[in-house]
Design a protein around this ligand. Structure first.
Ligand SMILES: Cc1ncc(COP(=O)(O)O)c(C=O)c1O
Length: 497
């Protein structure tokens, strides 16, 4: 009964979209043209519960846990390329990619086809029962693009958090040491180990203690964290942070107790800040000196997001353990923990595993992702669109009306952050980003306006930062459209004050 209703409702929604004036997008999105459609409904197709007594959205509001936050209202029914559709007819340009996941666009034909074909062969070839082909084909695809040839031993799981859990566990078992040093502003997930090394916002662990012990943190080379201006030379930021690391290793966590240093090469939830190469190289040197493992978390920055397969390659630094997820499956849940055989041979069989770990359908999808990335030269598109995005944002930053509110435009490839100034306030007494006469909550208000104008976009960090995470295969036309919406939103918020 439920299935019988659900399908026509989605069709009506698309039809409704066309009827409210978005027909110009129908061709490139594959939506039936008006001459071929047979649906003549004049409703906008909002879904109702099977009893029809209330909207499905209201039903969701009552029954979906309050622990989940959400940036839009309504029900998302369809995705196609750089766009998503809602059941009330809204069509939105998606510059969130479901938080950096649908990098090849929604319902990428080759990826979905590979998954569908795998569905008809075997769905659950459990990894502790047997090996399966998509798992091994995926390793074949990943080996040549690893940031270092030493990374040759793979374990696939479902989510980024799980990959981080596995990396922590492996580093402790392999080194026989306990402590983990992570970064201020880092985000590694919401499970218990990952939550303990997450330092981007208190909301993730507030009221949940005791957290996993043995965790220490140092500042990330981000001007804001160090209370320095955005113009601070890289060398200064790097030396301040590496000095803090020296202090942690001499005052809090002896090298002989320290299993790993965990770092995102581009801080994600902490504000979209690329780490300078010198910082990552400094971490590598210290790890080598003290027999500490270097865990590089590329869950968000990996798989082409920054214009390279892995952001860490820019620094030439070799990870001991690499965590990957998100874009790897383009929406099919899969994560990976990659290390060197010499290290993983120290693990006892059975130490790693999980009912759904390395699911065959997700692995088949990931193989297709790797093929599309290579064959369709996606990295070239990232470079081209990145130039356009930076040019547009930098031009806004030098604008005589709104430019003074934009403190920083930063990032790599299509992982780009724009940081705005903030007005003085009790919680910002020591904040270097504070300026008199600046509108309140700029990032949140701009993101909200973008959504009203038809583009999904996210904020990030405890600062006023908007993050751009468009699809890696976004067209020049859609990039232009997105930056235009953003510019309008910025101008309106500045005008409103
Ligand atoms: C760098 C990083 N690590 C780990 C995670 C956790 O991944 P997941 O949400 O798949 O558990 C995220 C998620 O945003 C992330 O950005």
């Amino acid at each position: 009964m439920l299935r019988a209703r659900a399908i026509p409702v989605a069709r009506v929604a698309v039809s409704g979209t066309r009827r409210v004036g978005l027909a110009s997008y129908s061709t490139n999105l594959g939506v039936p043209s008006s001459s071929t459609t047979t649906t003549t409904t004049t409703t906008r197709g909002m879904s109702t519960t099977t009893s029809g007594s209330e909207s499905l959205y209201e039903f969701g509001q009552r029954h979906v846990t309050n622990g989940l936050g959400r940036i839009t209202q309504g029900i998302m029914t369809k995705g196609e390329g750089s766009y998503v559709f809602y059941d009330d007819g809204r069509k939105m340009l998606d510059f969130t990619c479901g938080i950096g996941v649908t990098n090849l666009g929604h319902v990428n034909h080759r990826v979905s086809t590979a998954a569908a074909e795998q569905c008809m062969k075997i769905v659950h070839a459990q990894c502790s029962i047997a090996m399966h082909e998509p798992y091994l084909r995926l390793i074949e695809r990943l080996l040549p693009i690893m940031p270092d040839p030493s990374l040759d031993s793979f374990f696939f799981w479902n989510s980024g958090s799980e990959a981080v859990e596995a990396a922590i566990k492996m580093s402790r078992v392999i080194t026989g040491k306990q402590n983990i040093i992570c970064m201020q502003g880092a985000y590694h997930g919401r499970t218990f180990g990952a939550m303990a090394v997450t330092k981007s916002k208190t909301i993730y662990s507030k009221g949940v203690a005791p957290l996993m012990p043995g965790v220490f943190s140092i500042p990330y080379p981000f001007w804001h964290q160090l209370r320095l201006p955005p113009t601070t030379p890289t060398a200064t930021l790097v030396s301040l942070c590496l000095y803090q690391l020296d202090l942690v290793l001499s005052q809090q966590s002896a090298p002989s107790d320290t299993a790993a240093i965990l770092v995102e090469p581009v801080l994600g939830e902490g504000g979209y800040v690329p780490a300078p190469a010198e910082f990552l190289q400094g971490l590598r040197t210290l790890c080598d000196k003290h027999g500490i493992l270097l865990i590089i978390d590329e869950v968000q920055s990996g798989f082409g997001r920054t214009g390279r397969y892995f952001s860490i390659t820019e620094s030439g630094v070799r990870p001991d353990i690499l965590t990957i997820a998100k874009g790897l499956g383009n929406g099919f849940p899969i994560s990976g923990v990659v290390s060197r055989k010499e290290l993983t041979d120290k693990l006892t069989p059975g130490t790693l595993g999980g009912t759904y770990a390395g699911n065959a359908v997700s692995c088949a999808a990931a193989v297709a992702v790797a093929d599309v990335m290579r064959e369709e030269k996606i990295l070239d598109n990232v470079q081209a669109r990145s130039k356009e995005l930076f040019a547009s944002l930098k031009s806004l930053q030098s604008d005589s009306t709104v430019g003074r509110f934009i403190l920083d435009v930063r990032g790599r490839g299509l992982m780009v952050g724009v940081e705005f100034a903030a007005p003085p306030g009790p919680e910002r007494e020591h904040d270097v980003a504070v300026q008199e006469g600046v509108p309140k909550d700029m990032a949140t208000r701009i993101a909200k306006k973008c959504i009203e104008k038809g583009m999904l976009i996210l904020t990030t960090s405890v600062y006023e930062v908007i993050r751009f995470i468009p699809p890696l295969n976004v067209s020049a036309e859609d990039m232009k459209k997105g930056t235009k919406i953003f510019e309008e939103a910025v101008r309106e918020v500045v005008k409103e004050g």
